[in-house]
Design a protein around this ligand. Sequence first.
Ligand code: AMP
Length: 284
Amino acid sequence: METVTTIRAFQIARRTLKGSVGFVPTMGYLHEGHLSLARLAHTSCDAVVASIFVNPTQFAPTEDLAAYPRNLERDLALLESEGVELVLAPTSNEEFYPADYNTWVDVLGITQRLEGASRPTHFRGVATIVAKLFNVVQPQRAFFGQKDAQQALVIRRLVRDLNFPIELVLGPTIRESDGLAMSSRNAYLTPQQRAAAPVLRRCLDHVEALYDQGERHAETLRSEMTKILQAEPLALPDYVSVADLEAMEELEMVTDKALVSLAVRVGKTRLIDNTILPRGQGLF
Ligand code: AMP
């Protein structure tokens, strides 16, 4: 595995990769969710590239950029054990955002809702860094997790609208044994908060069960999730949503595929999770 810290060095190393390239962008502090994407990439690509970059532009000034967990040495060992061929891990933010940086990618519409409503500048940062990474890495396929479902839909829009010749592949959400979706941010949780955190998965399990029993009123599904969250004193809901997959608007009735998602604060940590109805359907 080769690790490079500059775009220039990456471009030189990229030329030595033969065949199709799969790309797994990450912000590091890797867990099984990230590694599952590297593994998935190897099933359809000749070589796998990963990036490790805590992208400052997707964090609001009040958010956890400075505190975001980092462990580059461990991350590189994990990627090497997965057989990843090339890693781009810039050591300075100026590599992607020099002092005179002035171009932004704004996906309109779906970025205003859910995560975008709570974090108004977040998706502009995500779309900008993903577009820049796609230009630098030039992969044939790029791999993202369903854990960040709205992000995946934003990137699909970006790829279509800006004609990136890249196939997007989505991997399933990887969970801890008690159902908590793996996330680098889980490291922030105290033991007591960690014990409360599976409440997100419990909400989704309940919605899936109600749907299986024939419940199609979206408001009932949303209020059932709220009830479960209210019973968990350490959980402070940000949103619960049952939305369509195109405009991400709240539904009245679930008649087609729907994205059930929620964001919850447990202490200072903001956790997200989602499922697609009908159960087992893919996001795209
Ligand atoms: P991050 O490092 O959090 O920006 O995530 C990098 C990629 O890993 C994104 O495509 C995420 O959706 C994906 N990812 C994060 N957590 C999980 C998980 N628990 N299961 C599957 N994919 C994940």
